[in-house]
Every structure is written in structure tokens, then in C-alpha cells.
Ligand binder design. Structure first.
Ligand code: TEU
Ligand code: CA
Length: 594
């Protein structure tokens, strides 16, 4: 017996130790700084700073069983396509059990897969496929609110003394009305009176998305447990939905007197936000080597370091909304100019020091298509402009996020009537604004043609077969863009000059060019109305990026006495090197090594 014990000690213990050293697990705290402390340009080097991320909206990616709805098996079947682009990380939009009031951003069960998307076995298979290809996968963490069909809320609404009452935010009427004048992102008041108790519950989004009460320690414990559940399965981190909204001033004051209509600012200003994120970091994140990105509606650049400065141990990075809000005023479309866009990136560079990290994105599932919005989706300009935008996305400072279909140059959908939309935001706004005759039908649709979230949600275009090869069903859950015969993955993969091929080259180039990750960013010509020219500099390595973000040719004189160096990459066939004037065609993009 004794000998046996000794034998186990001699052989098994070193083996166990070796295994632990190789693969950090949840058992072994591995702080964000445990891997290595090497730096570049003052930045700590991290895999998630060097990564390129690809976002998947599962409902619209690929349908494997012919019911018209994308699913997990569909994603698994296309992993080689994603890997082929050269991306490192997949961000999966919500795939949890949900009644789909807001396409999965209303979660009924945080530990179950949405029936339409498949089973937990399908999820495990997908994650395995991702890992086999040396990629990582982050999940969407939607914990500002749940679905009203979540078991917690079903209980909570039953009575004032239910043990789940405090999982959500309940208030009595104030002067016979809502407890305060907050509004929902999806039209109308942010409070809904519930018949069972006559009290109001808070919902910053749809009525079917009641806000969780983070001031209840039990709620926070539940969230940390569910995060561990997915991280222990092997998920590599989270994109955190409207995370700055989790803390609320429990006295619920009305909007401030000097309120400018930006309710996100108010909702993101809760008193305990940073306490809770630091607690989440301590309890969960610090124990894994993961990536976190907060969707930070309402967070100003000045406040950004509070969330992402690595010395504070909160999040790795956030999505700033400045760029995707550039063409909005009060939710409606407004024109914008290139100098305004460039000013945002300069503000980022100046406002964040080496302790903070940023993201770069031009689109996601809440926005129109990048090429239709920042480029030009007309037949002559679609391909070069999508490539120019790819050049920009992958050479600015911050971790780049590519939204599914942008690598094909997918465009906005030609909506003409209300029944073509699926989005709850659109349907509620229609009831609030058009049915009440505040806005005309024509104006409403014209605005949505530029702003609707559904542009991004039309199914992926895989080939020329009916419904773009997305589904074998007669009808997809949301109509496929009619241009799928000319814009699809099959053609893109067969064409050396496709947008997909260009993304791949661009990603490869970024991978071997640390200056594009860690290098300083400098805008050389902030006022030019169609040229975006900037440098990325890391020690002796210096790159000049010149983008003509217009359809008109420009003979561009480089600022100062700068000479274009050696051409490293370009989206058209321009070959000039060493010149002081670069002759750019419409939407031409070039990268020079200086
Ligand atoms: O979006 C939250 C958000 O603040 C907005 O940017 C969003 O576009 C909103 O719909 C206003 O247009 C996140 C998700 O990304 C979005 O899909 C969800 O609908 C929302 O949270 C609620 O979970
Ligand atoms: Ca399906």
C-alpha cells in the first residue's frame, strides 16, 4: 500500500504538475499579465491586441436543416471559409434559448442553446472545430437584462414578496405614472406596469427585456456562475452587451435638466458600474486567459480608461460608438464628412494612453452595411471601396472586428415597405411615430434605407442558388438581398481579385507588421475632404496609408516633404514609388513602407 502511494507520488505528481503548467485552467489563477511582460511601443503585448475578430450573427449565417434559420451546424460547416480569411477570433452573437423578441438579445435560459440553432452537442462541436483550426471564440454576454420568459422574471413578477422579486427593478407608480421619465431604446417609456402587483418594472430595451437588478448580490453571483459555465466549456471570453448600463441610481431621478437627448449617457452613469466590473474581474475574468470587449453605449472617450485601463482590472477594450453614430442625430440619418470621421480617430489616439486598448469596427448586427455607408455600393465602386475600407479597418489602431458578409462587400437591402422589416426597433418606432402620424411613411422608410439594423441581418450570400445558398427552404427568415447572384462567397473564393481575397491579404499583412498593431497613429491631413492619409510608426518601422475615400481621382501631394516609399500593398493597380504626388483613382488605397 505504502509503496503504491510512493509510486503515485513519484510518477503522477510531476505529470499532473506538467499538465497544469501547460494548460491554465480555472483552478489556477492566471492574471492578465501572467503570460509575458514584453512590450512594444510601451504597450504590453497581448494576443487579443494582435487578433482579428470576425462577428457571426447565427440566425443569418448558414442554415443546415432547411428551416430558413441559420444554426450552429451551419456555422461549423463553414469554419474553413472563416479560417481562410486568416481571422483569429470568432465573436458569436447570442445563441442561447430565447423567445426572440430581439433576436436572442432576450435570453430565457443562459445555459441552453436556442432550439432553432441546435443543441449543446452542436455547440461543443462548433467550439471544437474552432479550436482545431487554432481560432478562439468569444460569446455574447447579455446580462443588463434577460427575457421576461426567464424563470427568474416569471417568479419575480408573481408577487412583491417572491424570493426573486429583487432580481429585477420594481417601483410603485409615481403620481399615478411611471416612476421616472426614462425612455426605452425601442420607443415609449422604459417602465411597464405589471398587472400581478400593479408595480412597474424597468426595461431600457423592449418590454420583453426586463433589466436585471445588479445591486442584488445574488444576481451578480448568478452572472458570474453562468460566465464560468461557458468559460469552463472553453469559450475564450465575452463581448458584453450594453455593459455600462448594469448599475442604476436606485433613486431613479428624471433625466437631468441640461439633458441633451442622449439617454445612453445617462444610463451609462450608474454609481456602481466600476465596482461591479472589478468584482466580475476578480471573481471570474482574472482566473482565465480571456478577451473581453464591452459594448459601451453612452461611454465618452474621457470615461473610457475607467473601463479599459489595464491597471484597473476591468475590461480589455470597448466598442466606442462615435464612428457608427457619425451619421445620426436623434436616431435619424444625417450627412457626415470625412474630416469628422478622421477627427474621431485622432481623438482616440490622444485620449487613450499605452495602458488602454481600443477596437476598430465599421459595422455590426446593429448597423447598416459598411460598404453602403462608408463606401459606395454602386456597381463601379463597390469592390474598390469595400477594399479601401478593409485597408482602413485593418491599419487603424485597435483590435479590428469584421462583420459577417463585409468580406464579400454585401450591401444594404433595398427596403421599400414596412412588412419587409423584422427588427423590433423598427416595428415599435412605426407604432410610435408613423401610426400616430408624427412621421410620414415615405420619410420613415427613406430613413430606414440608410439606418436600419436589418441591412446587416439579411442572410449570408453563399452562392447563386435560390436564397443565395443560405437555406434550402423556400423562404429565409429574412429576405436574402436580391443581388446575391453577383455577390456571393462562391464567386469570391474563385476570384483572386475579390474583396474576400483582399481581406485575406490585408490580414496576412497586418499579422507580419507589428507597426500596424502597436505603432503610433498620426493623421497627416485632417482637413482633406476625400483623402485619409496617416502613418503608423513603431521604432524604425514606418508605414504610410493613403486612402482615397471618394469616387473621384485625386492627384494627391503628400504633406510636408514626404515621399511615398516602397509600395507594400494596394487595392488597384497603381505602382508609383518614391514620388511626392500620388495619382489615386477613385477609392484607391495604398500602403507604403517609409
Ligand atoms: O445594442 C445596444 C445599443 O445601445 C444600441 O447601439 C443598439 O443599436 C440599439 O438597438 C439602438 O439602435 C445591444 C445589441 O447590440 C442590440 O442588438 C440589442 O438590441 C440591444 O443591445 C439590447 O440587448
Ligand atoms: Ca436551421
Amino acid at each position: 500500500m505504502r509503496t503504491l502511494f510512493c509510486l503515485i507520488l513519484t510518477f503522477a505528481v510531476p505529470l499532473i504538475l506538467a499538465a497544469r503548467a501547460e494548460k491554465p485552467t480555472a483552478m489556477e489563477p492566471l492574471g492578465p499579465n501572467a503570460h509575458n511582460d514584453s512590450t512594444a511601443n510601451g504597450y504590453k503585448k497581448k494576443w487579443w491586441k494582435e487578433a482579428v475578430v470576425y462577428q457571426i450573427y447565427p440566425r443569418s449565417f448558414k442554415d443546415s436543416n432547411g428551416d430558413g434559420i441559420g444554426d450552429l451546424k451551419g456555422i461549423t460547416s463553414q469554419l474553413d471559409y472563416i479560417k481562410g480569411l486568416g481571422v483569429d477570433v470568432i465573436w458569436l452573437s447570442p445563441m442561447y434559448d430565447s423567445p426572440n423578441a430581439d433576436n436572442g438579445y432576450d435570453i430565457r435560459d443562459y445555459r441552453k442553446i436556442m432550439t432553432e440553432f441546435g443543441t449543446m452537442a452542436d455547440f461543443d462541436e462548433l467550439l471544437k472545430g474552432v479550436k482545431q483550426r487554432n481560432m478562439k471564440m468569444i460569446l455574447d454576454l447579455v446580462v443588463n437584462h434577460s427575457s421576461d420568459e426567464h424563470a427568474w422574471f416569471v417568479e419575480s413578477r408573481k408577487s412583491k414578496d417572491n424570493s426573486y422579486r429583487d432580481y429585477y427593478i420594481w417601483r410603485p407608480a409615481k403620481n399615478g405614472r411611471e416612476p421616472n421619465n426614462w425612455v426605452s431604446y425601442f420607443s415609449g417609456p422604459a417602465w411597464k406596469k405589471d398587472p400581478a402587483t400593479g408595480e412597474y418594472y424597468l426595461h431600457l430595451f423592449a418590454e420583453k427585456q426586463p433589466d436585471l437588478n445588479w445591486d442584488n448580490p445574488k444576481v451578480r453571483r448568478e452572472v458570474y456562475d453562468l460566465m464560468k459555465f461557458w468559460l469552463d466549456k472553453g469559450a475564450d471570453g465575452f463581448r458584453m452587451d450594453v455593459i455600462p448600463f448594469i448599475s442604476k441610481d436606485q433613486s431613479f431621478p428624471d433625466f437631468p435638466r441640461d439633458y441633451d437627448g442622449n439617454y445612453g449617457r445617462v444610463y451609462a452613469s450608474g454609481p456602481k458600474l466600476h465596482d461591479y466590473i472589478q468584482e466580475m474581474n476578480r471573481e471570474v475574468l482574472s482566473k482565465y486567459d480571456v478577451m473581453t470587449v464591452g459594448e459601451a453605449a453612452g461611454v465618452t472617450l474621457e470615461k473610457t480608461p475607467l473601463l479599459v485601463d489595464e491597471r484597473r482590472n476591468e475590461l480589455n477594450m470597448i466598442f466606442q460608438f462615435d464612428v457608427v453614430h457619425i451619421d445620426r442625430s436623434g436616431g435619424r440619418w444625417k450627412p457626415w464628412t470625412l474630416p469628422e470621421l478622421k477627427a474621431i480617430y485622432t481623438r482616440f489616439e490622444k485620449g487613450l494612453d499605452v495602458h488602454s486598448w481600443n477596437t476598430v469596427f465599421l459595422s455590426n448586427h446593429d448597423n447598416p452595411r459598411a460598404v453602403s455607408r462608408f463606401g459606395d455600393d454602386s456597381p463601379q465602386s463597390r469592390v474598390p471601396s469595400a477594399k479601401a475600407l478593409a485597408t482602413m479597418l485593418l491599419t487603424l489602431k485597435g483590435t479590428p472586428f469584421i462583420y459577417q458578409g463585409d468580406e464579400l462587400g454585401m450591401t444594404n437591402y433595398p427596403f421599400t415597405q414596412i412588412d419587409e422589416f423584422d427588427d423590433i426597433q423598427v416595428k415599435n418606432a412605426w407604432k410610435a411615430e408613423v401610426s400616430t402620424k408624427q412621421v410620414s411613411i415615405a420619410d420613415f422608410i427613406a430613413d430606414l434605407r440608410k439606418t436600419s439594423r436589418d441591412h446587416a441581418r439579411t442572410p449570408m450570400q453563399w452562392d447563386e442558388s435560390p436564397n443565395g445558398g443560405f437555406t434550402t427552404a423556400a423562404k429565409a427568415w429574412l429576405a436574402v438581398n436580391p443581388n446575391y447572384k453577383g455577390i456571393n462567397a462562391r464567386q469570391a473564393l474563385a476570384d483572386r481579385n475579390s474583396i474576400y481575397a483582399y481581406f485575406k491579404r490585408m490580414i496576412e499583412f497586418r499579422k507580419r507588421t507589428p507597426a500596424l498593431v502597436y505603432g503610433d497613429y498620426k493623421d497627416l491631413d485632417p482637413q482633406h475632404s476625400s483623402i485619409f492619409a496617416y502613418t503608423r510608426t513603431l521604432g524604425a518601422d514606418k508605414y504610410l496609408i493613403v486612402l482615397n475615400l471618394s469616387k473621384h481621382p485625386v492627384a494627391y501631394t503628400l504633406p510636408g516633404s514626404l515621399k511615398a516609399g516602397q509600395l507594400a500593398l494596394s487595392n488597384l493597380d497603381g505602382k508609383e514609388e518614391g514620388v511626392t504626388v500620388v495619382d489615386l483613382k477613385g477609392w484607391e488605397a495604398r500602403i507604403y513602407e517609409l
